[in-house]
Ligand binder design. Structure first.
Ligand code: 4AD
Ligand code: MG
Length: 431
């Protein structure tokens, strides 16, 4: 064995002998040569085994290796202009760790159900690998954005005594003889955090018993939710557009190779810079009417409506002032047009739909209590939340960005199920 290195740092070792540890991705032979594609999780490299340069055992090992067999491979790093990596390995020695027999995912086309049943293995393929690296980048950029602006991470609990986003999509679970609900949003606790720290965010999994089988809905998805004391709706929209610009630009800068693997149109992403267009709900309704939709004013937008609206713009569009009747109980209403909530949604371009939902929060104790009662929610479970309006209540706002929909849009992936390692939907709990 020589010095063990990761393929991603191979450029530093040109001309030297190194050992790589990984798995066989693919191979082909031409007489006295084996070309092995070896992956180690960081990259894929071509390794050339020339019969005259290696022992008989090593040449046999190259013959024996099957797709996804594990190995250590030692050789000299040489520049190779034609390969995507720019380097290949001239092999001296191969150590087989385990021979994989009948790896189920071959190079031929498989159906989506088959691939999803083998999700634990499918993660090794080039495309899935690229998507999850982009997801990692987006999460990294999201944390970086808030950390750089002096936000404090204050995470919300997952077991909760109350609903945050309506009672129809609640997952209920037994909690030592009483009921607990899996959180639908960390927001309400983030509001308490904002009163303690001024500006906070929470980031974690959220759960909704979505009975819809669309390409945008999961039952378990990750949400990042900033909440800021003394922010009004305008401040909130500005924070959201700067945030999303940062996510896109950071991914373009740091994950260009992965975006190219996915054949993403990079020119569309290059445009995504704040400020974004901001339109009143009524303007969005006008757009729908002009485009022949039979949308009923007063409703919330469905996926086809969102697509029509977002197609008018070359970057995400923020729709604000939704009818209060279709929005959550905690949203403050506009005192000058009280039928509208101080709400905003951000719709991604290219038909990817809503990626952000946010609002200015109701900060008046009596009004909030009234809304809790009107919505048939438990006053008892919300006592702590009402406390926030009793002790130093201030105007405040925040939003939640769904990670999976954001990854789908930035990576250009049609369905959210490929943007999370193990998707959970109405029909899928395995693996
Ligand atoms: O619009 P939503 O329901 O907003 C809230 O939960 C607020 N409490 C957030 C806040 O103000 N702090 O959800 C926010 C985002 C959506 O825009 C969408 O991106 C994502 O969460 N989302 C889902 N993603 C995947 N599957 C689902 N079933 C989703 N439901 C919402
Ligand atoms: Mg929403």
């Amino acid at each position: 064995m020589a010095q063990v290195v990761r393929i991603s740092e191979i450029a530093k070792f040109e001309g030297r002998e190194v050992t790589l540890q990984g798995w066989l991705y693919n191979k082909r032979s031409s007489g006295k040569l084996w070309f092995l594609l070896v992956r180690d999780g960081s990259e894929i490299i071509q390794c050339v085994v020339f019969k005259n340069d290696v022992s008989a055992e090593t040449f046999q090992a190259a013959e024996k290796l099957t797709q996804e067999s594990s190995l250590r491979i030692t050789g000299t790093v040489s520049a190779d202009k034609r390969s995507p990596l720019g380097f290949e390995l001239q092999v001296r020695e191969i150590e087989i760790i385990q021979i994989a027999i009948d790896y189920p995912i071959s190079k031929k086309e498989h159906g989506i159900d088959f691939l999803m049943d083998h999700r634990h293995l499918w993660l090794r393929s080039r495309k899935q690998h690229a998507i999850l690296r982009i997801r990692h980048q987006i999460i990294h950029a999201a944390r970086e954005f808030f950390d750089d602006r002096d936000f404090i991470l204050v995470d919300s609990p997952i077991f909760t005594p109350n609903a945050a986003e309506g009672t129809t999509t609640l997952f209920e679970t037994d909690y030592f003889g009483s009921s607990a609900y899996l959180t639908q949003s960390g927001q309400l606790y983030a509001e308490a955090g904002a009163m303690a720290f001024g500006r906070v965010y929470c980031f974690g999994p959220t759960f909704r018993a979505e009975k819809s089988k669309t390409r945008r809905h999961l039952t378990e998805f990750w949400m990042i939710e900033p909440e800021v004391a003394f922010f009004d709706l305008q401040d909130d929209m500005q924070l959201a557009e700067e945030f999303v610009s940062h996510l896109v630009q950071s991914t373009l800068k740091n994950r260009q190779k992965e975006l190219e693997t996915l054949e993403r149109d990079l020119t569309k992403l290059a445009n995504i810079k704040a400020p974004f267009p901001k339109i009143h709900y009524r303007e969005a309704v006008e757009i729908l009417k002009k485009n022949g939709s039979n949308f009923m004013e007063g409703d919330d937008f469905g996926a086809p409506d969102e697509t029509i609206i977002s197609e008018q713009f070359d970057r995400p569009v923020i729709v604000h002032h939704y009818p209060a009747a279709v929005k959550a109980f905690y949203m403050k209403r506009d005192s000058r047009q009280p039928e509208y909530a101080l709400a905003m949604d951000m719709l991604a371009p290219e038909g990817y739909g809503e990626i952000i939902g946010g609002s200015q929060r109701e900060d008046d104790y009596d009004t909030l209590l009234k809304r809790i009662r009107e919505n048939g929610l438990s006053e008892e479970a919300f006592r702590w939340y009402l406390d926030l309006r009793k002790y130093g209540s201030v105007p405040h706002s925040g939003f939640g960005l769904g990670i999976e929909r954001t990854v789908a849009w930035i990576a250009g992936i049609n369905h959210v199920r490929e943007t999370i390692p193990y998707p959970r939907t109405m029909q899928r709990l395995y693996p």
